[in-house]
Design a protein around this ligand. Structure first.
Ligand SMILES: [Zn+2]
Length: 204
């Protein structure tokens, strides 16, 4: 069985495919969980450009678009095939990365604001945060990177339909900006801080 077929097979039979630590502690994890683990993506030049899920990373490796630079230390077992899970992959062909912004979405706004309320600074899980229009929609505010911020429910209620200029006890901690490649790097660094396999590519 080819690795590609093994992957598909593993995907179809999640209950059969188990992932075990190579160290041999045999603590089996569901492959679905392991296939969602974050993998750092490097350009051909070793420049970090993205983070993707392990499943997508494996597809890129199996298709010959990328190669594994660092292994995770875990192996996906599918029938008689063993696939080393990547922690860092590198594209084989250099890709020009345009300085375009990412899609405007709730998820990306929360990522940009690092899940912290931009008025009081409290850090909360995504489910406990809302998005606030800095200039309320009812007063002509747009849904844009510059006008949307992560906000806790308490601050959202307090601010209501007012403009910041009308309040003397509330202000933005940071000016909201579009999600740039620079923002992505900050997030990659934050995620990779504790992982030596990522560190060497992120801190240079
Ligand atoms: Zn708040």
């Amino acid at each position: 069985m080819s690795l590609g077929k093994a992957m598909i097979h593993a995907r179809k039979q999640k209950s059969v495919a188990k992932v075990t630590a190579v160290a041999g502690d045999h603590a089996a994890l569901q492959s679905s969980h392991i296939l969602q683990m974050p993998v750092l993506v490097l350009n051909a030049s070793y420049e970090p450009i993205n983070i993707c899920g392990a499943r997508r990373a494996l597809v890129l490796v199996l298709k010959g678009i990328a190669r594994t630079e660092e292994e995770h230390g875990l192996t996906l077992h599918a029938q008689r095939s063993r696939i080393a899970m990547p922690s860092v992959i590198r594209l084989l062909e250099y890709r020009r990365i345009p300085y375009q912004t990412r899609a405007l979405s709730r998820k990306n706004i929360l990522l940009r604001d690092r899940n912290s309320c931009q008025y009081c600074g409290v850090v909360l899980p995504s489910s406990e945060l809302t998005l606030d229009h800095v200039i309320p929609r009812s007063r002509g505010g747009s849904s844009s990177w510059e006008n949307l911020v992560a906000c806790c429910h308490a601050c959202n209620r307090r601010k209501g339909n007012r403009l910041l200029a009308e309040m003397d006890d509330m202000g933005l901690l940071r000016e909201p900006r579009p999600f740039s490649l620079h923002t992505s790097r900050q997030i990659m660094r934050m995620l990779g801080r504790g992982d030596d396999r990522w560190r060497k590519y992120l801190f240079y």
